[in-house]
Every structure is written in C-alpha cells, then in structure tokens.
Design a protein around this ligand. Structure first.
Ligand code: ADP
Ligand code: MG
Ligand code: MG
Length: 251
C-alpha cells in the first residue's frame, strides 16, 4: 500500500542530508511502528510524505497504492487516502469543529469525484463517529481545537481520522511525549480504526505507546536509514537495552 524506496531527502535551504535511503513498505491491514533515537529523521519522513515545504527529495520514490505521492500537492495526497495525525492540530478560532470536518471531508470527496455530503447527512454521520469515541456534541460545536485540553485535542485528532477514513494513517507522536491517558486515547482510537483495508505507520520515541497499539512490524531508524526491522519483540528489546547495541550492530 505505502511503498517507500531508497528515499533520500535533504533540507532545501542547506546542504544537510537527513534521509539517506529509506526503504519501507506498509501493507493494508498492518500497523508498522518506527522507533529510533532523537534526530534520526523520523519526523522528517512523515513531513516529506505529507508534502511539507522545505525538503528536497534527491533520490528514491514513495507511492500509495501505486500512485506517486511525491508528485502530488498535499491536498491530493489527502484525497488519495493519506492522513497525518499532526496535520490539523492547529487552533482555528471562529471555525466550528463540525464545519471544519465537513469541509475537509467534502474537499476530499470532491477531489475523488464523489458527491458531497449535505449538512444534514454529515450531522448524523459525525454524531455517530463522535459517540463511538465518547466525544461530546458540545465539542463538535466549539471552534477547532480552541481551548481544547491536550486530551481533547488527541480525541479530536482521532475523530478527524474516523471521519476522513484514510487508507494510510501516519501518526508522529513527537518526542514531547504524551501522558499515559492521552497515549491510551490515541491507542484506543487507532485500535478501533484498525481494518483490513487500512495501514498505519506509528512513529514513536517511546516503547510505551506500543504496549497499547500492538504493531505487526517494528522498524528502527537511525541516521536517516532503517537499520533493523522485526516484530513487536524488537520494541521490547529497545525498551530493555536502549538503542546502543542496535546501532553498533548496524555499523
Ligand atoms: P526525529 O523525528 O527522528 O527526532 P527529525 O526528523 O526531527 O528526527 O530530525 C532529523 C535531523 O534533521 C535532526 O538533526 C534535525 O535537527 C534535522 N532537521 C530536520 N528538519 C530540519 C530543519 N527544518 N532545519 C534544520 N534541521 C532540521
Ligand atoms: Mg526529534
Ligand atoms: Mg520527531
């Protein structure tokens, strides 16, 4: 589904190479985790896949269901079914959460040549999704993320994912760290959305998140490359021994 081949990326403004040949395939129905020391390029990989400015792909490819992602605008990547969990954490005063979600969904439908959802249809749809996630109707009416607690923002992120129903979800749980409750929320949301037709790439600095989201495959990234791939036991090994042995092995 998501196929990354020999991806090399440098910063646009500087001669700094960050990704040095990443190879990674995420199959439909699977949860892949990427772990790795700080500064190894994990977030850069998700930024590049989402189409963020400032990075230059110098070699390699990335595709979703055979469609070349690197050629597409960020909106088209979303329409193709790619979702990045940190894509919408911004606060948008004056724009109701429900309006925002409907606009995002309809933009996607339009780009796919599908009929837009009416306000009434959407209301029914989003209320069901929100109820599944124990999100109050009041939170749907508030301005996007404005005054939301950390936990509410996470819950809202999962709601965005549930509404947009992407094929491929990338979650970059940045190194700032989630508290245990927020981590549980994210994990429950991901687990509820696990589906034979959907892939996940969960990027995390900590093993703890993977206690709640059981990954099918674990990759270790260091210095811009995937240096090791294994099963869930690889995450436990990292928790026990840190990255030092893996880094030594890789040299
Ligand atoms: P990780 O998410 O694994 O901690 P990052 O992708 O955030 O790693 O960063 C990888 C490396 O690239 C780090 O050395 C970081 O400082 C550098 N880097 C990433 N983006 C930028 C940028 N926009 N400007 C300068 N350095 C950057
Ligand atoms: Mg970092
Ligand atoms: Mg990061």
């Amino acid at each position: 589904m998501l196929a990354i081949k020999n991806l090399h990326v440098k910063l646009e403004e500087e001669d700094k190479v960050i990704l040095k040949g990443v190879d990674l395939t995420v199959e439909a129905g699977k949860v892949h985790a990427i772990m790795g020391p700080n500064g190894s390029g994990k977030s850069t990989l998700s930024y590049v896949l989402s189409g963020r400015d400032g990075y230059e792909v110098t070699e390699g490819e990335a595709s979703l269901d055979g469609e070349d992602l690197l050629d597409m605008d960020p909106e088209d990547r979303a329409a193709a079914g790619l979702f990045l969990a940190f894509q919408y954490p911004v606060e948008i005063p004056g724009v109701g959460n429900m309006t925002f979600l409907r606009t995002a969904l309809n933009a996607q439908r339009k780009a796919r040549g599908e009929a837009e959802m009416s306000a009434a249809e959407f209301l029914k749809f989003v209320r069901e999704k929100a109820a599944d996630l124990e999100i109050s109707p009041e939170m749907l009416k508030r301005s996007v993320n404005v005054g939301f607690s950390g936990g509410e923002k996470k819950r809202n992120e999962i709601l965005q994912m549930a509404v947009l129903a992407p094929k491929m979800c990338i979650l970059d749980e940045t190194d700032s760290g989630l508290d245990v409750d927020a981590m549980k929320l994210v994990a429950d949301g991901v687990n509820a959305l696990r589906d034979a037709g959907r892939g996940f790439l969960v990027i995390t600095h900590y093993q703890r998140l993977l206690d709640h989201i059981k990954p099918d495959v674990v990759h270790i990234m260091a210095d811009g490359r995937i240096i090791k791939t294994g099963g869930p036991e690889l995450a436990l090994e990292v928790e026990k021994n840190g990255y030092a042995d893996l880094l030594k092995e890789a040299v």
